[in-house]
Design a binder for this molecule. Sequence first.
Ligand code: CO
Length: 193
Amino acid sequence: MTSIQRIDHVAIVVDDIDEALQFWRDGLGLRISHVEDVPDQESVVAFLPTGDSEVELVRPTSDQSGIARYLEKSGPGLHHICFEVDDIETALSHLKALSVRLINPEPVIGTGGKRIAFIHPESANGVLVELYELTADEPQIRFERASRLANRAIASSQVMAAGVRAFLRALTEDGRAAAEEVVDEQGQAESVP
Ligand code: CO
């Protein structure tokens, strides 16, 4: 059975990467980790990490590739979504057994030497879906990302803990003040003959 680990990337086809960066980098504040020429896919890809996933801006480098035809036909936009699977062979044979239409019935090599396969949009509600399996050189990159996430989580939990302490302190002080008022009232009541 297929086991999806996470969304690895969302690919957006653009006709000009620099122009696209005006929104994705300058507007949203995403950073570019690197730009890669992918001759196999006749495209240039800019990678913009977003936590444990990435946005990929893809520009075709020829008129002939699938992605070039897509851009020609549909204009810039969301091109595909990629899931990391634990075992791509198992995932593909599971999908074949369900008669899902596959663009790559066997894994091919994608960016960064990843083993990938595309599923036809016809079988996925009009969405082009890519599957990929973690490669041997990636754990280090993943570890660095995970460390950054962990540090952020620790920092924000410290902020939260401080907030909770302040909240509890305020509650306690209010409670004490309320209790003192009650005592005062009772004191006054007792002093009235
Ligand atoms: Co992709």
